[in-house]
Design a protein around this ligand. Structure first.
Ligand code: ZN
Length: 140
């Protein structure tokens, strides 16, 4: 369910410390850019950024590394499904959004859910309930 305007306003300003961001790269950025505040999640007073900062980074990671999965099996998978000897069962690839967010930035579940709420509010139909993770392309 999408959060209300007031909930969104409150959530984006929540403070999160670099220690609560599991992803080493993002944690390093947060430590550099953050200000000394009390973390909303662990109550420690240390370098914090606002949750909207984290949501922006997660959103960018999604745009770069994530795409939608197919909603239907491909022809090979259909053939497998028709084969009565086979125990093959098709399911759509992907992960629940909150879990994908958790993975993408190594966040605890409650933090990932808050980030998801911000992104849902922002896009309203941020339907990434089933998404596919592809390898990030790195320039060499
Ligand atoms: Zn914290």
């Amino acid at each position: 369910m999408t959060i209300s305007y007031d909930e969104h306003e409150k959530l984006v300003k929540s403070k999160i410390c670099y220690d609560c961001i599991g992803d080493a790269y993002l944690a390093g950025l947060a430590e550099n850019e953050g200000k000394l505040r009390k973390c909303h999640y662990c109550n420690e007073k240390q370098k914090c950024v606002e949750l909207v900062w984290l949501a922006d980074h997660v959103e960018r990671a999604f745009e770069t590394h994530f795409g939608r999965t197919s909603e239907e099996p491909n022809s090979f998978e259909y053939a497998m499904l028709r084969d009565k000897e086979s125990s093959y069962d098709w399911y759509r690839e992907g992960q629940e959004t909150a879990y994908a967010i958790m993975d993408s930035a190594s966040l605890r579940e409650n933090i990932a859910i808050d980030v998801q709420s911000i992104l849902e509010f922002r896009h309203e139909h941020f339907d990434l309930s089933l998404i596919h993770i592809s390898e990030p392309t790195r320039p060499y």
